[in-house]
Design a protein around this ligand. Structure first.
Ligand code: TXA
Ligand code: MG
Length: 323
């Protein structure tokens, strides 16, 4: 079983760095979700991430950096990318940018693409990267296709028998993964809605964020973002307007749903209707409903503005039919 160390323990940073130098993936708290981090320049270390998660190798990883100089050693920044990094880093924005010829991020981390996804996280994760001196590749610290972890206990439940070290930084403040934005010339493309609202990006960039659509009408998403990502064990249905007996209810904004008295559990993402609070609670509530072994999970509508776009994206993936 994995050992869990609080980030407040004075030895934790040194223990983490030693593990990373041995090429071990370790679970690290970030402001979005817990990541499974390993040296992005070391092919064996990256392979161990894919193995622990059971993740398909064609699905590239985000490389996490501690400062802008580290970022620029690996990817090419346009003035627009600079402006966005200045406004939102450190924070929940991932930028997809062209790799530069001297990049040391290993092709296993980028799945051989000509671009890399980079993010500068907040807090202890950033301290680890600064101390390590190289970017850390880190997908969310869950088995592939499962709900992302927002506490150390979530990581232990899902990956505790696959990894040796979990750093415990408490609950993640944001609670949904970073927004992934591809910056290509004068085009900004939203590959995944996340912890920074598209509107906030548009306000800084002074231009629209494009949401590319496929013929099916779905967004063209980051490679490997499968429809049935975030799958709980119980069936989850959206836009519920009535509760079926024995269902778990996840609602929003304090609004009751008819039939709640027959629900097995009722949780409100944010009784006051605050989308930030709702995002922070989302994955924990899905996991709790699932752990209760309910007949199904009924989710009330959540507004689409601000962080609502990311919340609705994750909910619709959790509700998608399994392949
Ligand atoms: O908040 C987050 O972003 C968390 C924390 C740990 O930082 N990480 C995370 O990683 O959500 P992961 O692996 O679960 O999601 C990364 C996504 C994948 O959908 C992948 O396809 C996409 O980023 N991605 C990575 N490199 C890419 C690239 N060069 N072009 C387009 N998408 C890319
Ligand atoms: Mg993930």
């Amino acid at each position: 079983m994995a050992r869990t160390l609080p980030i407040s323990d004075p030895d934790t940073l040194a223990v983490a760095i030693e593990a990373l130098r041995r090429g071990e993936p370790i679970a690290v708290p970030t402001e979005t979700v817990y990541g499974l981090a390993a040296d992005a320049t070391n092919p064996e270390a990256i392979t161990r991430i894919y193995e622990a998660k059971g993740r398909p190798r064609f699905n590239p990883l985000i490389a996490h950096v501690s400062d802008i100089e580290m970022a620029k050693a690996h990817v090419v920044f346009s003035p627009l990318a600079d402006k966005l990094a200045e406004a939102f880093w450190p924070g929940p924005l991932t930028l997809v940018l062209p790799l530069n010829p001297s990049a040391k991020i290993h092709p296993l981390a980028t799945a051989g693409l000509a671009t890399a996804a980079l993010r500068m996280p907040q807090g202890f994760a950033r301290e680890i990267i600064a101390a390590f001196g190289q970017p850390l590749a880190a997908p969310s610290a869950n088995r592939s296709g499962r709900v992302s972890p927002t506490t150390a206990a979530h990581v232990a439940d899902d990956l505790g028998d696959k990894i040796s070290l979990i750093l415990d930084g408490g609950s993640c403040r944001v609670g949904v993964e970073s927004t992934i934005l591809s910056v290509e010339g004068d085009h900004l493309r939203l590959l995944r809605p996340g912890g920074i609202a598209a509107k906030d990006i548009e306000d800084i960039a002074g231009m629209a964020v494009e949401r590319p659509v496929q013929q099916s009408g779905n967004m063209v998403i980051a490679p490997g973002m499968l429809a049935s990502h975030y799958a709980p064990d119980s069936a989850l249905r959206l836009n519920a307007s009535a509760v079926r007996p024995g269902e778990a209810v996840i609602r929003f904004g304090g609004a009751q749903i008819p039939g709640e008295e027959e629900a097995s559990v009722v949780m409100d993402l944010s009784p006051t209707g605050d989308l930030r609070e709702a995002a922070a609670n989302l994955f924990d509530f899905i996991k709790r409903a699932d752990a209760a072994g309910v007949v199904g999970i009924a989710v009330a509508p959540v507004p689409m503005h601000g962080l609502g776009e990311a919340i609705n994206d994750r909910l619709s993936r959790a509700a998608a039919p399994r392949e």
